[in-house]
Design a protein around this ligand. Structure first.
Ligand code: ZN
Length: 298
């Protein structure tokens, strides 16, 4: 919000950062709009210090002196109160206090939360969830992230609520690297798709998608099956939260046309609520940057 004190007009600049395993995206945000954006490689394989250096360089390139705070969406699990990344798989952080490191460097308040929480917050504040109270977000890509935003606030439970990708859809299923068995992430993420696509001439989930675009029937069935798996999980989320809306983002959501039908059909069959929620593909560009920027307490 803009503030006027003694007739002087103050602009509230914030920075939002989406820290991913491959890329770091940082945006300078004014009035809920990104006015400058930068993307740099994370270089996760080069270790913690290089990633921090890249993060600092991304923030520096959009930094101006009027910025009042920085919000970071990071893979977790993390302690959002302390700004402490406990451990992550795609970024080589173990007990890294990002808040402390970045506050020391930039001298403005820094707020850290889970990346999928930030995506969902962005959608709830400025995207498809704008007019709704209970918004569930799912990011389907390399992994599956989840976020729960109730009355425009991230629901954390005690600390780490919303790990929807690690809810099980099969107790006799595939072992996940989190220790659980049958995690949603093992069935609908990029590697989940590759599992279903066994026997197809495809090296990546993008190859499978390209086969779908060419009308390959087996490839089409891969996404239908993935939609079914996702639908089983989404039905559970609907039964738990009875949300107004579920927004699906992440790179796999680009195949929406090919998995959403079987997903929605499965949800309809399995839910026990009076009214089906809206289930929609994310349309908001850079929801995670906008969401993380809005972590900054103004
Ligand atoms: Zn898991």
């Amino acid at each position: 919000m803009d503030r006027t004190i003694h007739g002087v007009f103050f602009m509230k600049y914030t920075i939002g950062v989406d820290l991913g395993g491959t890329n770091i995206r940082a945006g300078l945000v004014l009035n809920n709009k990104i006015i400058k954006k930068v993307e740099v490689k994370t270089e996760a394989s080069k270790g913690k210090n290089v990633v921090i250096k890249n993060l600092v360089s991304a923030i520096s390139s959009v930094m101006i002196k009027d910025v009042v705070g920085i919000g970071i969406g990071s893979p977790g699990p993390l302690d959002y109160k302390k700004g402490l990344i406990i451990r992550t798989k795609n970024v080589p952080f173990k007990k890294v206090n990002l808040k402390k490191v970045l506050e020391k460097k930039f001298n403005v308040p820094v707020f850290v939360d889970n990346d999928a929480n930030c995506f969902t917050l962005g959608e709830a504040l400025y995207g498809s969830g704008k007019k709704h109270n209970c918004v569930i977000g799912l990011t389907v890509g390399t992994g599956v992230g989840g976020g729960i935003v109730i009355n425009k606030k991230i629901f954390h439970g005690r600390m780490n609520a919303g790990e929807l990708g690690h809810t099980s859809i099969n107790f006799n299923g595939i072992k996940c690297n989190c220790g659980n068995i049958g995690c949603l992430e093992e069935y609908v993420s990029a590697r989940g798709i590759m599992r279903i696509a066994k026997g197809l001439k495809a090296k990546t989930s993008l190859d499978v998608y390209n086969l779908v675009l060419k009308g390959n029937k087996k490839a089409i069935r891969v996404f239908e099956k993935m939609g079914f798996y996702l639908g089983v999980a989404v039905a559970n989320f609907v039964n738990i939260f009875d949300p107004d809306i579920i927004v699906v983002g992440g790179k796999i959501s680009n195949a929406w046309k090919f998995f959403s039908k079987s997903m929605k059909k499965t949800v309809k069959e399995k839910v026990y609520v009076n009214k089906n929620p809206i289930i929609i593909k994310s349309k908001l560009k850079h929801a995670a940057i906008l969401g993380s920027a809005s972590l900054v307490k103004k």
